[in-house]
Design a protein around this ligand. Structure first.
Ligand SMILES: CC(=O)N[C@H]1[C@@H](OP(=O)(O)OP(=O)(O)OC[C@H]2O[C@@H](n3ccc(=O)[nH]c3=O)[C@H](O)[C@@H]2O)O[C@H](CO)[C@@H](O)[C@@H]1O[C@H](C)C(=O)N[C@@H](C)C(=O)N[C@H](CCC(=O)O)C(=O)O
Ligand SMILES: Nc1ncnc2c1ncn2[C@@H]1O[C@H](COP(=O)(O)OP(=O)(O)OP(=O)(O)O)[C@@H](O)[C@H]1O
Ligand SMILES: N[C@H](CCC[C@H](N)C(=O)O)C(=O)O
Ligand SMILES: [Mg+2]
Length: 489
């Protein structure tokens, strides 16, 4: 395609001389191949403009830059100056990949917790009526039946559009995706038209990046305004969440579906919860239906409500949704039990905020009866530090024993992270053992079990690695727990 076609619709401030035939687009010099347009953009930790020469050496045929200096300096291929590099990248990618975003009906979910689960549930509901689906989120990317491991919850626009194009090629008509607050703030989803948008909840996380809860919320709210695209046709909002109530006061576009247990037009009543079973009557303006699903816990009532509303927004009937709910599978690493014949309940969960820990421990308390709740957790390095004592407090408040350990210390000193979390645990009277090595800590937690106790391994869920200063090593909570359980047999 001619570079002018690749740049169609993009506000180009200055054009270089000459033309070029381009076959692809790239924003990372290390991934440029011959024929690409390289979009050089300023980032927060680095600047793509520093890598223009490398990109040209790798075969870039044109440069789109957000730096006037880089444009003025020019080079061996035509240069184009744009005002906003990330938006230009999204626009060029949409042109290069043939606008797959207009072929797919896109459902997107944002919120602090429940995005991955809700997206998985909605995908399963859409598949139950034979719609071919793309799924894009934290754990995996599904392109119809093909499964790929995800690098980001929400990929950079170029990679997102490439996935959309693969989906269209595979015959998908629907896409279900998570939109992280990082991606919304950075406009990785610029120009992506969302048909159905979902909001799950807002509690503390990611303040290292957003600074304040207000800015964190405003990033999430952008999904409902449309990011370089029209506002979503349908807005699905949790009215039991204070931030959801606030969102509902805004102009949310043509169709609004509020859900909840205590409030909301699409409401769950007669909620009955037990291990492996969630039942409620779903009362909607279009009639009521009994939902009976094999998921566990109150948070999943909310996830089911969000997914069910979105499924309805995508045209499924109440009966189709109820039928799909019966056959739903639990999401990997979300309240996942580790099978064993010792009668010990070990649960792997991705709770990595104080709110999620509180919900998880509350659920365990309900299930355990007279037994004890043993909670193992840690806090991520190079991430929101202010959540650490809060997570510690949440873990301490509901548990009978806390095992504090590492969870991806990244470049930080593990001991310092543990101290910050421990300060919160110490605000409670719970017994706490600190063991930095996560495998040893898991063994310790499981070996502390007396009949009828429950062990919660929180924070890493589906993750398959531990990220340490010295490098990334394979690590899987469920696998380690299974090994410990085999050893003590
Ligand atoms: C804080 C954050 O989100 N940063 C993301 C952001 O980085 P950035 O804008 O600072 O970019 P940069 O690293 O300064 O680089 C600027 C430009 O130079 C380019 N470059 C850089 C080096 C080089 O050798 N050559 C080169 O061309 C880069 O490709 C980029 O185009 O854009 C990059 C390109 O898309 C992302 O890889 C990067 O994700 C970092 C690695 C990250 O860890 N992000 C996490 C926090 C994240 O996004 N998480 C959310 C989920 C959070 C949740 O669980 O809720 C997600 O959606 O995954
Ligand atoms: N609706 C919900 N409300 C509150 N907590 C939830 C909800 N759903 C799940 N959780 C808790 O949050 C954890 C993460 O859930 P999930 O992976 O679905 O969320 P997410 O928003 O995708 O998270 P991330 O942004 O880290 O990818 C779960 O393991 C569970 O402990
Ligand atoms: N995806 C989220 C959660 C990771 C949870 C925990 N395992 C950690 O590393 O903090 C993040 O990057 O903040
Ligand atoms: Mg997720």
């Amino acid at each position: 395609m001619l570079i002018d076609e690749a740049l169609a619709g993009i506000d180009v401030l200055e054009r270089g001389s000459g033309s070029a035939d381009v076959t692809g687009v790239q924003y990372d010099s290390r991934r440029v191949v011959a024929g690409d347009v390289f979009v050089a953009m300023k980032g927060e930790s680095s600047d793509g403009n520093r890598f223009i020469e490398t990109a040209i050496a790798h075969g870039a045929r044109a440069i789109v830059t957000d730096s006037r200096e880089a444009w003025a300096a020019g080079g061996a291929v035509p240069f184009y100056l744009v005002g906003n590099g990330r938006r230009a990248l999204a626009g060029v990618a949409a042109n290069v990949f043939g606008h797959p975003e207009h072929v797919l009906k896109i459902s997107a979910v944002t919120g602090t917790n429940g995005k991955t689960t809700t997206a998985f549930l909605l995908e399963q509901m859409l598949k139950s009526v034979n719609r071919k689906c793309l799924l894009i989120g934290t754990i995996e990317t599904h392109i119809g039946d093909e499964v790929r491991v995800s690098e980001h919850t929400t990929p950079e626009s170029r990679d997102l559009l490439a996935l959309f194009a693969d989906g269209v090629k595979a015959g998908c008509t629907e896409a279900v995706m998570e939109m992280s607050s990082h991606a919304l703030a950075q406009e990785r989803v610029w120009g992506v038209p969302v048909d159905v948008a979902m909001f799950t909840n807002l509690t503390q996380d990611h303040l290292d990046y957003h600074g304040t809860m207000e800015r964190y919320f405003q990033a999430k709210a952008r999904l409902f305004e449309g990011v370089g695209a029209e506002a979503p046709r349908v807005a699905v909002v949790n009215e039991d969440s204070p931030a959801g109530v606030w969102l509902l006061t805004r102009d949310l576009g043509p169709e609004v579906m509020s859900y909840g247990i205590n409030a909301g037009e699409f409401r769950a009543s007669k909620v009955a919860l037990s291990a492996g079973r969630t039942q409620f009557l779903w009362e909607t303006p279009y009639g009521a239906v009994q939902i009976d699903s094999p998921l566990t816990g109150k948070v999943n009532v909310y996830n089911l409500l969000a997914a069910s509303c979105a499924a309805m927004g995508r045209g499924l009937t109440l009966e189709e949704i109820a039928k799909a709910a019966q056959g739903l599978h639990q999401v990997p690493g979300r309240f996942q039990t580790v099978p064993n014949d010792l009668g010990i309940t070990v649960v792997v969960d991705y709770a990595h905020t104080d709110d999620a820990l509180r919900n998880l421990i509350g659920l365990a308390r309900e299930l355990v009866g007279k037994g004890r709740v043993i909670t193992l957790f840690g806090c991520g390095g190079d991430r929101d530090k202010t959540k650490r004592p809060k997570m510690g407090r949440a873990a301490g408040e509901g548990s009978d024993l806390v095992v504090l350990t590492n969870d991806n210390p990244r470049t930080e000193e593990p001991g310092a992270i543990l101290d910050e979390a421990l300060a919160g645990v110490r605000e409670t009277s719970v017994e706490c053992v600190v063991e930095p090595d996560r495998a040893t800590a898991i063994a310790l937690a499981i070996k502390a079990v007396k009949g009828g106790d429950i062990v919660l391994l929180a924070g890493k869920g589906h993750e398959k690695v531990q990220i340490l200063k010295t490098g990334t090593v394979p690590f899987d909570d469920a696998e380690v727990a299974a090994r410990v359980l085999r050893e003590i047999r």
